[in-house]
Design a protein around this ligand. Structure first.
Ligand code: HEC
Ligand code: HEC
Length: 304
């Protein structure tokens, strides 16, 4: 109702509801007053199918009382609960309120449990079965749509189960990533690199860094152009977790592998975002998720 610009519809609906109840009452009173016809036959005079006649008996007492009770119940209900337009009802009950009360109750129940995890180290939490069961559920509900239910990611969405990290894999890095989100930003580099041929040669040099199949002549021609990249990816191409710049010397490709993918990367750059979760999750939930994610690449030896 609150979506309307004025309260016309609220009054309209409340009016119809009340008019309906009053109408029922009036009908009841009128029919109750009607005297039983005292001719000996006591019929309404209507005849169907030649000899089928309608008797004119009063309504049974119990039925009349049921009717009255229903009306009283309706009026009491409408006083207590929201039902008359935007009137909130004496009890102030609402679906939102009921939902919030439930959430509060669940939070209060879980608080001691989370408090236990908060007091533990990330490593210990990652070995706690109960914490990991909660972590898995949180991950499925909040993270799996992007990172996959096995956390192995897909193109553009990093694999969280390996030990290659854009933004660092220590518990405090992971916690910061989840809490504040991250932006991975590589501006287009074509201008800094030079001609399309220079870009292609550089792409082969980048492929050579990870020992991927490449043309070694082109790679050697492209090598000097890597200075444009070194500020972020490092002279040796091993990346920089402070900037979220990936390691180019491993065989892990967030945005696709091969000459064309790298040429596109150099020409177009990339802007990738991990959304901050601090509005959606409590700090205690983020602690458990941090341990869950950390644990994915630190499985105890026995589990391997
Ligand atoms: C809307 C999609 C999306 C959702 C939802 C999402 N992520 Fe991410 N996440 C990303 C993207 C994209 C990146 C990569 C950011 C970049 O390229 O710098 C990322 C990066 C990360 C990283 C850093 C990986 C690294 O190598 O440093 C971690 C850790 C992470 N996410 C954990 C989570 C967790 C835990 C959740 C659930 C609470 C979550 N993400 C939910 C899209 C998402
Ligand atoms: C300003 C910093 C910056 C510079 C300069 C830069 N990059 Fe990047 N690069 C990044 C970041 C950050 C990412 C990750 C983007 C993301 O999070 O999705 C990236 C990603 C890449 C990727 C994708 C890696 C993968 O796993 O798919 C390639 C390839 C790449 N850069 C090559 C280059 C080359 C070649 C140059 C030099 C011409 C260069 N970059 C210059 C910051 C930079």
């Amino acid at each position: 109702m609150s979506d309307f610009i004025n309260n016309f519809w609220s009054v309209y609906v409340a009016g119809i509801t009340l008019a309906g109840i009053v109408g029922c009452l009036v009908l009841l009173v009128i029919t109750a007053r009607k005297k039983v016809v005292s001719d000996e036959e006591n019929t309404t005079g209507h005849v169907w199918d030649e000899d089928l006649r309608e008797l004119n008996n009063p309504m049974p007492r119990w039925w009349v009382w049921m009717f009255v009770i229903t009306i009283i119940f309706g009026l009491l209900y409408l006083t207590a609960y929201p039902g008359l337009g935007t009137y909130a009802g004496k009890l102030q009950w609402s679906q939102v309120g009921a939902y919030e009360a439930e959430v509060e109750k669940a939070k209060a129940e879980l608080e001691p449990l989370y408090a236990r995890f908060t007091a533990m180290s990330t490593e210990d939490v990652s070995k706690d079965n109960q914490a990991m069961a909660i972590g898995e559920r949180l991950f499925m509900n909040n993270c799996a749509q992007c990172h996959g239910s096995d956390a192995r990611g897909s193109k553009g969405f990093p694999n969280l189960a390996d030990s290659d990290w854009l933004h660092g894999g220590a518990p405090e890095n992971i916690k910061q990533t989840i809490t504040q989100g991250r932006i991975g930003m590589m501006p287009p580099q074509a201008e800094a690199v030079g001609s399309p041929d220079d870009v292609r040669n550089l792409a082969h040099y980048v492929l050579s860094l990870s020992g991927s199949p490449h043309d070694s002549l082109k790679a050697s021609l492209g090598k000097s152009k890597f200075t444009a990249c070194a500020a972020c990816h490092g002279m040796d191409g091993k990346g920089n977790t402070m900037l979220g710049a990936p390691n180019l010397t491993d065989d892990i490709w967030l945005h696709g592998w091969g000459e064309q993918a790298i040429v596109d990367m150099i020409n177009n750059g990339k802007m990738n975002e991990m959304p901050a979760q601090d509005k959606k999750l409590t700090p205690a939930q983020i602690d458990v998720l941090t341990a869950y994610v950390w644990g994915l690449s630190h499985k105890p030896a026995a589990a391997n």
